[in-house]
Design a protein around this ligand. Structure first.
Ligand code: HEC
Length: 128
C-alpha cells in the first residue's frame, strides 16, 4: 500500500471517529447507547431499577416523541444524550423503539427531533 493510501485511510478513520456514534442502524444505536442500563431486546435486566424499553407500555402509548424527550432531556438517574446523539440518531432510535412497542404514530423526523433538544446549560457538554 502506498503512503498516500495509508494517509488517506487514516484520515477517513479520523473523520468517522469525530461523530458521536459509529452505528447507523437503530438497533445498533440502542445496543451502543442504551442497553447497558435498559437491557438487551428480549432480555430485560432482572431486578433492575431501569425500565425495559422493549415491551414497554409507556413507549407504546407515548411513541417516538416520548422516547426522544427522555433521550434528549434525561430522566431520573438517566443522563441526557443531547450531546451524545445527533438529531438523525435520536429520530431513528425513537422510531425504532416506538415501532418495536407497537406504537403507530407517524415517525419522528430529524427536523422535529431537533426542536425537542434542550439548549444552553440544559445540554451540557458530555451529556451530564
Ligand atoms: C445510565 C443508565 C441509562 C442509560 C445509558 C439510558 N437510560 Fe434511559 N432510563 C434510565 C433510568 C434510570 C430511567 C428511569 C428514570 C425515571 O426515574 O423515570 C430511564 C428511563 C427511560 C425511558 C422512560 C421509560 C419509562 O418506562 O418510563 C426511556 C424512553 C428511556 N430511558 C430511553 C433511553 C434511551 C433511548 C437510551 C439510549 C439512548 C437510554 N434511555 C439510556 C437510565 C438510563
Amino acid at each position: 500500500m502506498s503512503i498516500e493510501r495509508i494517509l488517506s485511510a487514516g484520515s477517513v478513520a479520523v473523520v468517522l471517529s469525530a461523530g458521536p456514534v459509529f452505528a447507523t442502524e437503530p438497533a445498533d444505536l440502542y445496543v451502543g447507547l442504551c442497553a447497558a442500563c435498559h437491557g438487551q431486546r428480549g432480555a430485560p435486566l432482572v431486578d433492575s431499577p431501569y425500565p425495559a424499553l422493549y415491551d414497554n407500555p409507556r413507549i407504546a402509548a407515548g411513541g417516538p416523541v416520548f422516547v426522544a424527550n427522555k433521550t434528549l432531556h434525561g430522566a431520573g438517574n438517566m443522563y441526557s444524550f443531547c450531546n451524545l446523539a445527533s438529531d438523525a440518531e435520536v429520530a431513528a432510535l425513537s422510531n425504532h423503539l416506538a415501532r418495536e412497542n407497537g406504537n403507530r404514530s407517524a415517525p419522528l423526523t430529524e427536523a422535529v427531533a431537533a426542536t425537542l433538544r434542550p439548549s444552553g446549560e440544559d445540554c451540557p457538554r458530555g451529556g451530564y
